[in-house]
Design a protein around this ligand. Structure first.
Ligand code: PGA
Ligand code: ZN
Length: 433
């Protein structure tokens, strides 16, 4: 199955910012589309998102240069290429770019084509994307990590912690996990209204609460779980993305809303006290991306009891994941396609994570599109967990809903491990799930 044409054009993400959509057309006329998301609290080692920087258009955020790179360089280079050989196609894209971080052609240009090619190949073979990507071996529906409250850079710093999420660890099926999430999500909205603390919706669709402290947000989330009739920890647990790189300046972690600063050690101890006091099952980026010692400390303090996910720390980068595994600083890796820039490298990062006995968590970005690629990626790789932001807004529900379609297609082959998945990485799970 050969590539006949590749084109790209500018579309808009869920924050209303420009991004790229690419279309790969095969000789048969079958085509596939790839839409690229965009982060806000980005890691320093991410592949480069190429923007025009022209102050007179789109505030510098247009992606016309990246689109030109697709049309002028990528399209001719991949014309006639076998679309079903994703590794060689992605290798060609990397070689053509020639830089470590895809800064010449732009990771957004490269990823759009890489995703569109996978879609075209799947369509050409008349397979669903998850079946194509997973060679028919993907059968596990992921446990959703769903945002209740947004903070940090996604909510103008109203609270410091970026994501206050829930995980329906007691759910027996994917559908039940959504029903439990529905209950807690709407209970949280009611509580915030009652308290007069609702000040809008954050970037990923979670409530944007006017809390006075980070712990107040944690306690409100627990209140919502209880109000919805669930037992915190056993049925619905908490998950936090501290996004600590955003809080880290000159060796100190700063909670702006509380006017407090912490050394690396005292910040690790604060988080450890949260793990002791609250029904937390997972913490992402507890420490900053350059604070490897801080990471080693949190791993020692509570890495046997809760999932420790590296996002900015690893940036879906194989070398960084391998370093993390060697140093033993985490036990899970957040996986974002556009942090690394090709489908093949993303699959390699997931496989390396799984080989190390760690868990991959497939993730959306704060600036998302209606593309459902990551829902398929999660099932294709049997990753077992998916983080897409909240339980509302179309760019988020597109993914949750796509999994319902995938579930129908899998029929009796569909599997769901729910909260039992944490047993793979935790010696002494804090929460009995
Ligand atoms: P981002 O946030 O897409 O803005 O990087 C998501 C996350 O930190 O997990
Ligand atoms: Zn994160």
């Amino acid at each position: 199955m050969k590539i006949r044409a590749i084109d790209a054009f500018q579309i808009y993400d869920s924050r209303g910012n420009p991004t790229i959509e690419a279309v790969v057309t095969l000789d048969s006329g079958v085509c596939g589309h790839g839409l690229v998301p965009s982060g806000a609290s980005t890691g320093r080692n991410e592949a480069l998102e190429l923007r025009d920087g022209d102050p007179d258009r789109f505030g510098g955020r247009s992606v016309f240069r990246a689109i030109e790179n697709v049309r002028r360089e990528i399209a001719p280079a991949l014309s006639g290429h076998d679309v079903t050989d994703q590794p060689s196609l992605d290798r060609r894209l990397m070689d053509l770019d020639g830089t470590q971080n895809k800064s010449r052609l732009g990771a957004n240009a490269i990823l759009a084509v890489s995703m569109a090619a996978a879609r075209a190949a799947a369509a050409g073979m008349e397979k669903s994307l998850f079946n194509y990507l997973g060679n028919g071996r993907g059968t596990v529906l992921p446990l959703p990590e769903i945002q209740l409250f947004g903070g940090g850079r996604h909510a103008n710093g109203r609270v410091d912690v970026q994501d206050f999420m829930i995980v329906a660890v007691g759910a027996e099926t994917y559908e039940q996990s959504l029903e439990m999430t529905f209950d807690v999500f709407h209970a949280a909205g009611e509580l915030l209204k009652k308290w007069g603390k609702l000040s809008g919706v954050a970037d990923e669709g979670g409530y944007w609460p006017a809390f006075e402290s980070n712990e107040e947000a944690i306690e409100a989330a627990i209140g919502a779980i209880v109000a919805a009739g669930y037992e915190p920890g056993r049925e619905v647990a908490l998950s936090l993305d501290i996004a600590a790189s955003e809080l880290y300046r000159d060796g100190q972690y700063r909670f702006g809303v509380e006017g407090r600063s912490f050394s690396s050690e005292s910040f690790a101890e604060l988080l450890s006290s949260w793990v002791d006091r609250y029904p937390i099952i997972s913490i992402e980026d507890p420490m900053a991306e350059e604070d490897w010692e801080g990471w080693a400390l949190v791993r020692k303090l509570f890495g046997d009891r809760v999932q420790l996910i590296g996002d900015d720390l690893f940036t879906t980068n194989l070398q960084r994941i391998q370093k993390g595994v060697e140093l033993g600083v985490a036990n899970a890796v957040l996986i974002k396609l556009n942090q690394i820039g090709t489908v093949t490298e993303t699959l390699e990062a997931i496989q390396a994570t799984q080989r190390a006995g760690w868990l991959p968590v497939i993730s959306a970005r704060s600036g998302e599109t209606e593309d459902t690629f990551i829902a398929h990626l999660a099932v294709a790789t049997n990753a077992g967990q998916l983080k897409v932001g909240s339980f509302c807004r179309g760019e988020r529900t597109a993914k949750w809903n796509e999994l319902l379609r995938i579930q129908r297609e899998l029929g009796s082959r569909a599997q769901f491990s729910g909260g039992r998945i944490y047993g793979q990485i935790l010696k002494t799970p804090k929460l009995k799930v």
